[in-house]
Design a protein around this ligand. Structure first.
Ligand SMILES: Cc1ncc(COP(=O)(O)O)c(C=O)c1O
Length: 279
């Protein structure tokens, strides 16, 4: 695959990253993931806005986000993926400097990378639904930043995998926040609830699209938190994300959710989402 690294297009295998890169040493960097459908990136502008915000919040100096979007689009063509579904991965770190915690002084150029790969199919998960578990939140308090330090998510999703589940949903002080790589929505008496934006969740682009669909189609929703134990009486639970799209959770902590099959609200949203991205 052809990738983009610090201003050049080259084969992914030719990328060489310094052991002194702050991304490698401190996870001092941010990232984005964009899915392209039939060669067209979906919601690129929204993802790039979030990337620019992550850079601002972490004070990483990289003014070239707009060029990165162009580089990403070029990678689709350069890799012959114009008619395929693909995943673009953008990463920017604070650059290469001797290992000291404080920002490099004088500043060094950011390390910038864009990778592309064919998109894995999410059809089966979307159709049949998946299992999830609840885990106590043990990440930091700036989950609104799409930071590359994902050890908390790695450990939680591994726990899920070892219990035969696909996703772990974090519970902070009793409240369900989000998944390791997804946002969470639950249906209570016909009303969708999802955790409000703030520093405890990533402002998911897919979450935004889904709430937009709700507004346009008259599906009732509230950005209101719910507790872990309340999920026992949710008729439907779904997770949303660039890769997972809208995936139903049909088992939670080993118990069926609702009827144990994807529910009607989830199906409606999936159909509308599919129309948007593939229609
Ligand atoms: C922690 C977290 N929450 C939510 C999401 C969903 O965000 P998006 O819909 O923008 O992919 C992600 C995506 O990777 C994530 O890592």
């Amino acid at each position: 695959m052809i990738a983009y690294f610090n201003g050049s297009f080259l084969r992914k295998e030719e990328i060489s990253i310094s052991p002194d890169d702050r991304g490698f040493l401190f996870s001092d960097g941010v990232y984005e993931v964009v899915r392209a459908y039939g060669g067209k990136p979906f919601k690129m502008a929204e993802h790039m806005d979030r990337l620019a915000r992550s850079l601002r919040e972490t004070r990483i100096d990289f003014p070239g986000v707009a060029e990165l979007a162009v580089a990403g689009a070029k990678l689709i063509a350069r890799n012959g993926l114009e008619t395929a579904d693909s995943i673009l991965y953008f990463q920017i770190t604070r650059g290469v400097a001797p290992r000291k915690h404080a920002f490099p002084d004088p500043p060094v150029p950011a390390t910038v990378m864009v990778l592309i790969s064919p998109a894995p199919s999410s059809v089966e998960m979307r159709e049949k639904g998946v299992a999830a578990i609840l885990v106590p939140e043990f990440r930091w308090s700036r989950c609104d930043i799409k930071a590359i330090g994902l050890l908390g998510s790695v450990l939680a999703v591994q726990q899920a995998k070892e219990k035969g589940a696909e996703e772990a949903l974090f519970v902070r002080d009793g409240v369900v926040t989000e998944g390791t790589h997804t946002n969470v929505l639950a249906v209570f008496g016909g009303n969708i609830l999802t955790h409000p934006l703030g520093n405890f969740i990533l402002p998911g682009v897919t979450r935004g699209v889904v709430l937009d669909i709700c507004r346009k189609t008259g599906i009732a929703y509230k950005e209101q938190a719910f507790r872990g134990e309340e999920l026992n009486r949710a008729s439907e639970i779904m997770i949303t994300g660039t890769n997972k799209e809208i995936t139903p959770i049909v088992r939670l902590d080993g118990r069926p959710v609702g009827t144990g099959a994807p529910g009607p609200v989830t199906r409606r949203l999936q159909a509308a989402y599919s129309e948007l991205v593939r229609g």
